[in-house]
Design a protein around this ligand. Structure first.
Ligand code: ZN
Ligand code: ZN
Ligand code: ZN
Ligand code: ZN
Ligand code: ZN
Ligand code: ZN
Length: 189
């Protein structure tokens, strides 16, 4: 997106050459983009309609009317389907308004300034992602974010995988299972 301009001015002037038709302009002059135009020759680059609004857009040095600009040069927000005229957040292969790119979990907070986690085309803040999707420890049921111990068809925090007798964490590779509970080698014999 190039810059917006509202510096179009209609002056009563003579002896200017119209940028479009190269004829002298004897009555009203439109000054825009550093050039002079007959008002009726100040046309949208895309639809060729006269631009009468004071505000227009510029693409590659040519004026574009607001309608064409919305249609051709803006992206559509994946959440609200409205055109994005301000800052665009690009995430997950599509575009979003800053305020529309929010956590899909419980908090619904904007994610523009934080790391987010993606799952099935939805974005989540770290907290909600962990609450909803992280692997949970078989003992304390809290999410495991690193160094999970995989044992007995479940995952555990390393601190939570404890001997059922002495309650010390089991750090050895081998252990005994007794009634679905792990027993450390020291307590086994
Ligand atoms: Zn002209
Ligand atoms: Zn147009
Ligand atoms: Zn939006
Ligand atoms: Zn959240
Ligand atoms: Zn745990
Ligand atoms: Zn033990």
């Amino acid at each position: 997106m190039e810059s917006k301009s509202n510096d179009k001015a209609v002056e009563e002037q003579e002896h200017y050459q119209c940028h479009k038709c190269k004829e002298m302009i004897t009555k009203r002059v439109v000054c825009a983009l550093g050039k002079r135009w007959h008002p009726e020759h100040f046309l949208c680059r895309d639809c060729d309609k006269q631009i009468k609004d004071d505000i227009f857009n510029i693409q590659e040095g040519e004026p574009v009317c607001s309608e064409c600009f919305l249609e051709r040069y803006t992206s559509t927000c994946a959440a609200c389907k409205e055109p994005i005229l301000d800052r665009t957040i690009r995430a997950m292969g599509t575009n979003w308004h800053e305020n529309c790119f929010v956590c899909d979990g419980a908090c619904k907070q904007p994610l523009k300034d934080c790391a987010f986690f993606e799952r099935d085309g939805k974005a989540y803040c770290k907290q909600d992602y962990e609450d909803m999707f992280a692997v949970r420890c078989a003992k304390c049921e809290k999410p495991i974010t690193e160094n999970a111990i995989v044992a007995m068809n479940a995952k555990w925090h390393s601190d939570c995988f404890c001997c059922n007798r002495c309650e010390n964490p089991i750090t050895t590779k081998t252990f005994t299972i007794e009634g679905d509970k792990p027993i450390c080698p020291a307590c086994t014999c």
